[in-house]
Write a protein that binds this ligand. Sequence first.
Ligand code: ADP
Ligand code: MG
Length: 231
Amino acid sequence: MNEDFVIAARDIRKIYSNDGKEVRAVDGVSVNLKASRSLAIAGPSGAGKSTFLHILGGLDRPTSGHVVLDNADIYKLPDRERARIRNTKIGFVFQFYHLLPEFTALENVMMPLLMKHEIRNTKYEIRERAAGALKLVGLAKRLNHKPSELSGGESQRVAIARAVINSPELLLCDEPTGNLDSKTSESIYELLFGLEKTLGVALAIVTHDENLSRKTDDILRLKDGKIHPAS
Ligand code: ADP
Ligand code: MG
């Protein structure tokens, strides 16, 4: 395998059985992604985009196929080892932010580091790092706000800061602007593309938005779980 790739997915299939009826959610999809490169995963609702993204991120075992991250075939690893890779090398951003409502922006961003077992940093260092990540996403003035006091765009910025706090190699986003107006969406995309370059991450974004897929380096178009001929 070419070691330049941060992630390579080979012939991925995910087959569900819904009331005895077979659903081929992902049906033979392969893709590669390098550092500082972006990929849009586009296609209609039900095309298999989220399923494929979860498989890339080590969250959902494929029925068959391989996902290789940093030369490790992640679904051949023990669950614990795959979880460790997921927590250290991959950042996730979802449509609905998934922030903890009781905690401030700063505390939400600190969370992945506080939950790490092999923690060597002091709480002060973690706080400083989280504050730095919030500054990076343009929220230096919102550190102590709770999610209910933030706009949708600000909430997504907090979620993005949380996703990059561990310096991941791969950033996976599932319709990150699906709940935002077009102007805010634009600024979130700019932020994501900026992080792709400054942090050198490989960036994959699931989207309905044709404008976005024109801005990424590559597009994977899915339909009925298969790569669409137009891609
Ligand atoms: P998209 O994100 O493109 O809208 P999904 O990946 O969510 O598509 O779903 C692809 C297909 O797989 C759909 O037909 C969906 O109903 C089916 N599917 C997704 N998750 C499950 C599941 N856990 N069990 C059964 N079917 C599922
Ligand atoms: Mg989806």
